[in-house]
Write a protein that binds this ligand. Structure first.
Ligand code: GUN
Ligand code: ZN
Length: 425
C-alpha cells in the first residue's frame, strides 16, 4: 500500500457541460491510496493515514496530484521529425512524413522510436498514449510491447493506406484487413493494450479498403477506430474530388461502415453542421490537436461548438504534426486557440480535457482519467513552482487556480514531479 498526499485534483462531472465550480475541486490536504496497480481510496490525507497506518506515505506537500495525462491522438513514428519546417498538410505529409514512416520498415528502428516516444511523453506527464503506427504490422506491435514493458495503457493500430502514398508505404484492402485482424487477435485486450483500427484518412484509402476496414470493425465492435477528419481546406477539397458521390468528408467514412460511437476523429476543424450533428448523434469522439493545428496552419478547432453538441472531445499532441510532446503545452495551446474564438477555458476545463475528457473520448473512462477508487493508479504529480518564472508568478497568486493556471500556461517537463503508471513510480 502506498499513500500519496498533497493537493488532489478531483472531478465529479464534466466541467465543459456543468459549471466547473460544481464539479471540480482541489483538496489542499488530499490523499490517494494505491494498492497494486489500482487506486483503492481517495479522500483527506489525515483520514487515509489513520485508516491505513500500514501504507507507505509519499508526501507531495503543495504539489498537485492529477490523473495521468492522456494523449488521445499522436504518431509515434514521427517522433524524430517533429518540428519540420515550412509545409502545410499534404506537402508536409509527402515531404517529411511519408519518407520518415518508410524507415519503420526496420523493426529495430520501430522499437527504438516506440521506447523513445514513451520515455519522452512520460517525462512530460503522459501516462496513456493513443497513437497511429505505420503500415508495417510490426510497428503496432513495437508500441504495444514498449507499453507492456512499462505496464502502460496503449491504444494503437497499424495505419492502413493503399493509395496516394509512396512505394513501400502502401498496403492493399485485403492485407490491411488481414494484418489488422491478426494484430487484434494478438494484442487487443492483452494486459492494458487496446487496438484501434486505423485507416489514415480517406485520401489514402480506396473505397475498397474503407469497406474492408468497416467490415473488420463490425466483426470487432469493441475495438476503437481512429482516423483524421477535415483538418485543412485543401484536404477537404481533395476528398470531395476523390469521393464525388459523398455528401461530405464524414460521409466517406459513414458509407463504408466507419462511423460509430467508438470512432475517434482527429482534428475535425472544417465541419459542416450536418457532420457535427451526425457525429453527436452516434456518440462519436473528436480530438482537439491545438499545437498541430497552429503548426501546420490547419485552422481553429471550435471547442465551444463541440460542447454545445455534447460531442465527446479529447485533447492530443498529434506529434510530429504537433510541436510538443507535452500535454501541459497542449493545454496552453488549447487555451490560446479558445481565446482567438472568444472562449476563455478555465484551467479545470483544460485539465479535464487532458485527463477525463481524453479517457471518455477513448472509452477508457472506467479505467483511467480520474482519481477514484477502482481506477488504475496512473497519476501525474505537478510541481506548481517548477521554474523561477512560474514560482514568482505563483507567489503573488492568492488562489490555487491561479497557481494551477500559471503551470498550465508556462509549465513543461520540469513541472512533472513524478508519474505513476499502474501503481509504479
Ligand atoms: N492526416 C493524415 N495523416 C496525417 C498525419 O500524419 N498527421 C496529421 N497532422 N494529419 C494527417
Ligand atoms: Zn494525426
Amino acid at each position: 500500500k502506498t499513500l500519496l498526499t498533497g493537493q488532489t485534483l478531483l472531478f465529479s462531472g464534466d466541467p465543459l457541460q456543468t459549471p466547473w465550480q460544481d464539479c471540480v475541486r482541489i483538496d489542499s490536504a488530499g490523499g490517494v491510496l494505491i494498492e497494486g496497480a489500482r487506486i483503492t481510496a481517495v479522500g483527506g490525507a489525515a483520514d487515509l493515514r489513520a485508516a491505513h497506518p500500514d501504507a507507505a506515505e509519499i508526501p507531495y506537500g503543495d504539489d498537485l496530484i492529477c490523473p495521468g495525462f492522456i494523449d488521445a491522438h499522436s504518431h509515434y513514428p514521427q517522433t524524430a521529425m517533429i518540428a519540420s519546417w515550412g509545409k502545410r498538410l499534404i506537402d508536409w505529409l509527402n515531404t517529411y512524413t511519408f519518407p520518415e514512416e518508410i524507415r519503420l520498415q526496420d523493426p529495430a528502428w520501430a522499437a527504438t522510436l516506440a521506447a523513445r516516444t514513451l520515455d519522452l511523453t512520460r517525462a512530460a506527464g503522459t501516462t496513456t498514449l493513443c497513437s497511429f503506427a505505420t503500415i508495417h504490422p510490426h510497428s503496432a506491435s513495437a508500441l504495444f510491447d514498449a507499453g507492456a514493458a512499462r505496464s502502460q495503457c496503449i491504444v494503437t493500430g497499424k495505419t492502413c493506406m493503399d493509395r496516394n502514398a509512396p512505394d513501400g508505404l502502401r498496403d492493399t484492402a485485403q492485407s490491411a484487413y488481414d494484418d489488422s485482424k491478426a494484430l487484434i487477435a494478438r494484442h487487443h485486450g492483452q494486459g492494458r493494450n487496446r487496438y484501434a483500427i486505423s485507416p489514415r484518412f480517406s485520401p489514402t484509402s480506396s473505397a475498397e479498403q474503407l469497406t474492408a476496414l468497416g467490415a473488420l470493425w463490425a466483426e470487432h465492435p469493441d475495438c476503437l477506430m481512429q482516423t483524421h477528419l477535415s483538418e485543412q481546406p485543401d484536404e477537404v477539397t481533395w476528398v470531395r474530388a476523390l469521393f464525388p458521390q459523398a455528401r461530405d468528408y464524414l460521409d466517406t467514412y459513414e458509407t463504408h461502415g466507419l462511423l460509430g460511437a467508438r470512432g475517434v476523429y482527429g482534428h475535425a476543424i472544417h465541419l459542416t453542421d450536418r457532420e457535427v450533428g451526425r457525429l453527436s448523434e452516434v456518440g462519436a469522439s473528436v480530438v482537439h490537436c491545438p499545437t498541430s493545428n497552429a503548426f501546420i496552419g490547419s485552422g481553429d478547432f471550435d471547442l465551444a461548438r463541440m460542447v454545445r453538441h455534447r460531442l465527446h472531445t479529447g485533447l492530443a499532441t498529434d506529434t510530429g504534426g504537433g510541436s510538443s510532446f507535452s500535454m501541459l503545452r497542449t493545454m496552453a495551446a488549447a487555451y490560446e486557440a479558445g481565446q482567438t474564438r472568444g472562449a476563455s477555458w478555465h484551467a479545470s476545463q483544460l485539465l479535464w480535457l487532458a485527463t477525463a475528457g481524453s479517457a471518455r473520448a477513448l472509452h477508457l473512462h472506467d479505467e483511467i482519467g480520474t482519481l477514484a477508487a477502482g481506477q488504475y493508479a496512473d497519476i501525474t504529480v505537478l510541481d506548481l513552482k517548477s521554474t523561477d518564472a512560474i514560482a514568482q508568478r505563483a507567489s503573488r497568486a492568492g488562489e490555487i487556480w491561479d497557481d494551477v493556471f500559471a503551470t498550465v500556461m508556462m509549465g513543461d517537463d520540469r513541472a512533472v514531479r513524478d508519474t505513476w503508471i499502474s501503481g509504479a513510480r
